[in-house]
Design a protein around this ligand. Structure first.
Ligand code: DAH
Length: 339
């Protein structure tokens, strides 16, 4: 037995472990329940009494040397090779860092939720559209400047197919298929041939709302606009309607809200007017209803359209539009949503 101990004592110096796995195998082989040294400790019982002192001393020396060597080997392992300690296979996974919703999605959802409260259902349409749905059905004259190559992306070799420049095209798609009452909200991406800068992009997002039924009036539109503005920007928000022109609405208007930065007093953001523009709206032009197979002598409706980036800018003061499409997590991580 003494020989065995002495032999092992010499071997300890040569022990090696290149990684945590090897070290653990070594430890179990020597000091584990059935390890060589543990075995010797167990056999110690049978050593003759007169030899016990000597063998005991050697055995203790061996055990301590082995333990010390294993400690040293462990310290010498590089960080990644170090064992992480006890493994608890029942614990839940490491907390996974969840992403956040994109600010455009946050605002889109908020807009859809507000209109959802008023009974508007969501409708979607294709981004690659035909001229009829984007322009002709919406009462754009053949020579309307919006059809110009400067504004619209055409699909090569086919002047009839375009990337939609607004989500108003979804109005037509729905009205062609459905008779009133129609109450829809259409969120989506739109494309325009613009040079990319901090204030313009070749694609952005819009939400279109449409209500068609019997006896819909401008007063209904105004009330919905006021409700939306207060829900979106706070109960103290005021609205202002300015006459405007869109081919698909008559009369048409643009809506401003009281500047939510200065409370309407005037600041650089609202160019000292106290108002900021947020959307276009109006009563659906009778030609549009008729184009879609809806009898304009029976039905009337209102429509409105707004840019989601514009609303997001007002809410979050993002001064560079390009940030919305750069996917920089430092920017995106700042936006949170209730769910
Ligand atoms: N389609 C318009 C645009 O892209 C926005 C708009 C204005 C939509 C007035 C409407 C509306 O429904 O009534 O600028």
């Amino acid at each position: 037995m003494l020989d065995k101990i002495k032999m092992l004592l010499e071997e300890v110096d040569a022990w090696k472990a290149h990684n945590a796995g090897e070290l653990e195998t070594l430890r179990i082989g020597q000091l584990g329940k059935k390890g060589k040294i543990t075995q010797l400790m167990n056999d110690f019982r049978d050593v003759a009494p007169e030899q016990k002192k000597l063998v005991g001393q050697y055995l203790n020396e061996l055990k301590e040397k082995a333990q010390q060597k294993i400690r040293t080997l462990k310290e010498n392992l590089t960080e990644t090779e170090k064992p992480t300690g006890d493994y608890d296979l029942t614990r839940t996974a490491y907390p996974v860092r969840l992403g956040t919703r994109h600010p455009i999605s946050v605002v889109k959802k908020e807009i859809c939720d507000i209109f959802g409260c008023l009974g508007f259902g969501i409708a979607e349409g294709p981004e690659i559209e035909d001229d009829w749905h984007v322009f002709s059905s919406l009462n754009f004259a053949d020579d309307h400047p919006a059809r110009d190559m400067q504004d619209t992306f055409f699909i090569r070799h086919n002047p009839e197919i375009v990337l939609r420049t607004h989500t108003s095209s979804v109005q037509t798609r729905v009205m062609e298929k459905q008779q009133p009452p129609i109450r829809i909200i259409c969120p989506g991406r739109v494309y325009r041939n613009e040079a990319i800068s901090y204030r313009a992009h070749c694609f952005f997002h819009q939400v279109e709302a449409l209500y068609v039924a019997e006896e819909v009036s401008f007063a209904d539109l105004k009330q919905v606009l006021l409700f939306f503005a207060k829900e979106m920007f706070g109960a103290n928000t005021q609205i202002r309607l300015r006459p405007s022109y869109f081919p698909f609405t008559e009369p048409s208007a643009e809506m401003d809200i009281s500047c939510n930065l200065c409370g309407g007093k005037g600041c650089p953001f609202c160019k000292h007017t106290g108002w900021v523009e947020i959307l276009g709206c109006g009563m659906v032009h009778p030609n549009v209803l008729d184009n879609c197979g809806i009898n304009s002598r029976i039905y009337s409706g209102y429509a409105l359209g707004m840019g989601i980036e514009r609303i997001a800018n007002l809410k979050y003061r993002v001064t560079d539009l390009r940030l919305f499409s750069e996917n920089d997590v430092r920017f995106l991580g700042q936006f949170t949503c209730a769910d």
